[in-house]
Write a protein that binds this ligand. Structure first.
Ligand SMILES: Nc1ncnc2c1ncn2[C@@H]1O[C@H](COP(=O)(O)OP(=O)(O)OP(=O)(O)O)[C@@H](O)[C@H]1O
Length: 710
């Protein structure tokens, strides 16, 4: 009675626990479903963008690989080729050593069966002596593989960096084109993974191919020797057919590992990108306590990555099962003991056992009608020791032969993965090249779970439509439109002339295209129609609102983008430059011109802007493009700096909202952005005109002036 109650309680409580557990699982499932709903819809469009063209073991893969291999091995005398040949030699040596060791193994067994201690000691001694170079070769293969991977990586990295830094490609990749979202990952992780996978596969596959060649050769010899059995010619052919069919079956049923790993790498890149963004904007996020938003964003990206990794794991589960079934159980299912007991030639039997399968083995076994062979008719009339030796040798050789075939076929998924990495590296190089030649593509891009950047093709972008002509000194725009990389027309047609003796103040509402004008003049954005006459880009020096602080010393900051060796001036001149921007105290405070600091963090906003302006005094360009670069500098110091720059004969093109700067300019260029970014007006006026504009602007920017006056 009591026990039945206990059973009831037990059943009831376990059912209750089970129900609670199922409810919780279901709720978790609903949460995840909701969470991934958007991801799924994005995934479809993503597949159609990035993965539309087939990534797998196909002609395209081999073509891409060939292009990259030409970069990896540019010449027969290159270091990578020498390493490649060294590695190959080591691999071949290992195969021959394995064959030799297999034979030695046979000889040892033979000496044991013959009970011959002299032969036994001799063969054991040879075996131990050969073991020394054999172990060295094994270790050397790993060494050569790593060296080759490193050499390939260096070659590819060097090539990719050359492309990345040519024609401002690094800028164009992220501003003009949307195909590569994370070039940092392409340049580091992808190159490393690709070169490591490639060399590993080469190493992994070369030996099996040699082994297969050796075993096949042995089989051919055996077939020629064993003339009395029927079916010995057909069996190897059938065996090859089985192997081929297995390969075809695996190929047909294999998931698209190339695509899968390529997508996984892309998602890993996005996660890394999100981390970099947090590190860059840590202060802003901390001020706003925005960590929850950032955490959600990063978790979403992580879950997207996890989903893909899970998918790969799941696909591998059944694929490896199929692979194992075909190669471990289907191939090897043969009754060895039974066959040997039947007294057939063990070498042939074992060969076929390993490579053929039950049905094929049966043919020569059942048809063989020869007798035993002996090389010692008196001591060993039945030829037992010879057959045992032959058995051991063939066992070793054919085991490695079967392993080799298995290894080649099971490498299918690694080759498919290599196709994925190859595609990523190839795409990177292709996009670099196209961007360097102004061939851009802006695709709808996913940067996170719920943000799409949609390309608004308001105009047909054709960078070849406009012409840039190098002039001596003047900047002349003729019917020049300002068009963003998205295809938005900010200004339909701009015509103006700026000569070196002019100091032009550029003004207008936010987003009307002032900075974009600089980008076009400096050649960062292409021109799609009209003409632009401008001097060589080395005549321009741009100072943005947030000047870039490079890694290095205080001296490096002033002379940027020059390097130490290129610096044309001594320390006294550098101090003079710092005096010009009222920053001489920094040298004392930080401990000299040669001290290295993280200047981005230790300088205040105004100090950074002044250090940025110091670069103008060092480079003395024809035109200084100043993009609100004194917003954090006090008005009195700002005025002094402007006067000093003008004294050097440098033309100022200044974007500003501060009327206090009008005094230092001779002309005004006003963009009348009407809020729709489609109509703009430009005009250059003389100084009297400026006064009228000043009045207008005073009204427009009343607040700013009041602030300044205060
Ligand atoms: N890399 C880019 N890709 C696409 N569109 C861009 C890009 N940079 C700027 N734009 C677009 O061009 C418009 C003009 O930008 P621009 O930086 O020239 O404005 P601005 O007049 O300098 O504004 P502000 O006074 O606020 O600095 C912006 O509204 C933006 O929509």
């Amino acid at each position: 009675m009591a026990s039945s109650r206990r059973t009831k309680i037990f059943i009831f409580s376990s059912s209750f626990a089970l129900i609670i557990y199922l409810i919780r699982r279901y709720r978790r499932y609903l949460r995840l479903k909701k969470f991934f709903k958007l991801v799924q819809s994005q995934k479809k469009s993503l597949m159609s963008i990035t993965l539309s063209s087939s990534i797998g073991i196909n002609k395209r893969f081999f073509n891409q690989l060939l292009v990259i291999i030409k970069i990896l091995i540019p010449r027969l005398r290159s270091d990578s080729f020498v390493l490649f040949v060294t590695h190959l030699t080591a691999l071949i040596s290992r195969t021959f050593l394995s064959v030799y060791i297999a034979r030695l193994d046979g000889a040892i067994v033979k000496s044991l069966v013959q009970r011959n201690p002299r032969d036994f000691i001799r063969t054991i001694s040879i075996f131990l002596t050969v073991a020394i170079p054999a172990s060295f070769i094994n270790s050397f293969i790993k060494f050569a593989e790593s060296k080759l991977a490193l050499a390939f990586r260096s070659k590819l990295t060097r090539y990719a960096y050359d492309s990345y830094f040519r024609n401002q490609t690094y800028y164009r990749i992220s501003n003009m084109d949307t195909r590569l979202l994370t070039p940092d990952q392409n340049l580091t992780d992808d190159i490393e993974t690709f070169t490591t996978t490639l060399t590993h596969l080469f190493s992994h596959l070369t030996k099996p191919f040699f082994d297969i060649a050796v075993v096949s050769w042995t089989l051919v010899v055996m077939v020629q020797e064993k003339k009395r059995a029927r079916g010995l010619k057909e069996v190897p052919i059938l065996t090859i057919m089985v192997i081929f069919m297995t390969f075809l079956a695996l190929r047909k049923l294999s998931p698209r590992f190339g695509k899968l790993v390529s997508e996984e790498a892309r998602r890993r890149g996005l996660l890394r990108f999100a981390h970099t963004r947090i590190i860059t904007n840590a202060e802003e996020i901390a001020f706003f306590d925005g960590h929850e938003v950032e955490k959600d964003w990063i978790l979403k990206l992580y879950y997207q990555l996890r989903e893909q990794t899970n998918l790969i794991i799941k696909k591998k589960l059944w694929f490896i099962m199929l692979e194992q079934f075909l190669m471990k159980y289907f191939w090897h299912s043969c009754p060895q003991k039974h066959i040997i007991l039947n007294g057939m030639n063990s070498m042939v039997i074992h060969a076929l056992c390993i490579l053929g399968g039950m049905v094929f083995i049966a043919i020569p076994i059942l048809t063989y009608d020869g007798s035993g062979e002996t090389d010692d008719p008196i001591g060993d009339p039945l030829g037992i020791s010879s057959r045992t030796e032959a058995f051991t040798v063939s066992k070793n050789l054919l085991s490695s032969g079967a392993d080799a075939v298995e290894r080649v076929i099971s490498s299918y998924k690694e080759i498919a993965q290599l196709a994925g990495y190859t595609n990523r590296v190839y795409t990177m190089l292709q996009v670099f090249d196209e961007c360097a030649h102004e061939r851009y593509q802006r695709l709808p891009t996913i940067v996170g779970e719920d943000s799409y950047i949609e390309a608004k093709r308001k105009v047909n972008l054709n960078p070849q439509g406009g012409r840039t002509i190098e002039s001596d000194a003047d900047i002349i725009a003729e019917n020049l439109p300002i068009i963003t990389p998205n295809g938005d027309v900010i200004i339909e047609s701009l015509s103006l002339k700026i000569t070196p003796n002019m100091h032009v103040l550029i003004t207008g509402p936010n987003g009307c295209g002032k900075s974009s004008f600089f980008r076009i003049v400096r050649g960062l954005w292409p021109i799609y129609s009209g003409f632009l006459h401008r001097p060589n880009p080395s005549n321009f020096f741009l100072i943005p609102q947030r000047p870039y602080m490079c890694p290095g010393t205080l001296r490096d900051q002033i002379i940027y983008p020059h390097r130490m060796g290129q610096a044309r001036i001594n320390d006294n001149h550098l101090m003079e430059i710092l005096n010009n921007v009222e920053l001489q105290y920094i040298v004392q405070r930080e401990g000299g011109l040669n001290v290295e600091r993280d200047w981005k963090d230790i300088l205040s906003g105004g100090e950074k802007q002044r250090l940025g302006l110091a670069r103008i005094f060092y480079h003395k360009p024809k035109y200084a493009l100043l993009d609100e670069c004194t917003s954090a500098v006090s008005i009195d110091v700002e005025g002094k700096i402007y006067e000093r720059v003008k004294k050097l004969g440098i033309s100022l093109l200044t974007i500003t909202h501060r009327p206090s700067l009008w005094a230092y300019h001779t002309h005004l260029l006003q963009f009348n952005g009407d809020g729709e970014k489609e109509r703009a007006e430009s005009q250059l006026a003389g100084i009297p005109e400026i006064q009228r504009r000043l009045d207008e602007l005073t009204q427009l920017l009343g607040e700013d002036i009041t602030d300044d006056q205060n």
